[in-house]
Design a protein around this ligand. Sequence first.
Ligand code: G3P
Ligand code: CA
Length: 269
Amino acid sequence: PTPHAGATGGDGPVVVAHRGASAYAPENTLAAVDRAAAMGIDWVENDVQRTKDGRLVVIHDATLNRTTDAKRLYPQRAPWRVKDFTAAEIARLDAGSWFGRWYAGARVPTLRQYLDRVSRNHQKLVLEIKNPQLYPGIERQTLDLLNNEGWLDGDHLGRRLVVQSFSADSVRRVHRLRPGIRTAYLGTPPTAELPAYARFADQINSAYSGLSPRYVSAVHALKGPHGTPVKVFAWIVNSGGDAERLTGYGVDGLITNVPDVVRRAVTAS
Ligand code: G3P
Ligand code: CA
């Protein structure tokens, strides 16, 4: 077993497909979820935002133009903000062609569609509330949808779901609204400030370049809101060498665009 086996209760860091298997299929689409599943990767990460008419959708940027054909379809609507388009308008967009012709016609999924696919694939989800400052009340709305879709029952709460954000306020809000949910703060707080984060976050999910064995140990020494050691997931780890090094640091998870490469490295180390 790797040195951190005690912290994870497993044999090594879990591998999380970042925005799905996003090196191989267009990010945050159902195709990227399925691609991860086809590789045997059971954790996926996504980004949740909200449309003009209040629907939750899965997309990373605050604007539509990088990952869809919004500019072509709606030339007058610059700067193509997600929050300025209705769900019906977004549903018409092609979210696959930018990535490759093979994926033409892939859609921006609603969160409901996304959850349904992850469930069907028997996968687990790291759900990121993205840009929460743009979407007042998005935490409660997301939790309501998760609840309606069966994602807040005992099994999901303990084993299949982590909710994360770069906004500490947003993570704290999720924890207060539904204390059973496992949460993660995205960032690398100074060691002295970690105890404050451990009051509402079960995980610290950090850019891998800021991590060291000492920092990972400092996080593991803390107990999170559920009384278990706080975990560390590292992102975005896209090489086997980095995956091996971070496994040596004792991280609990590796968030990656190339989950097949990272899993090979983790299994070998
Ligand atoms: O899960 C970590 C990662 O998703 C944070 O960065 O910009 O890809 O959402 P970003
Ligand atoms: Ca993300």
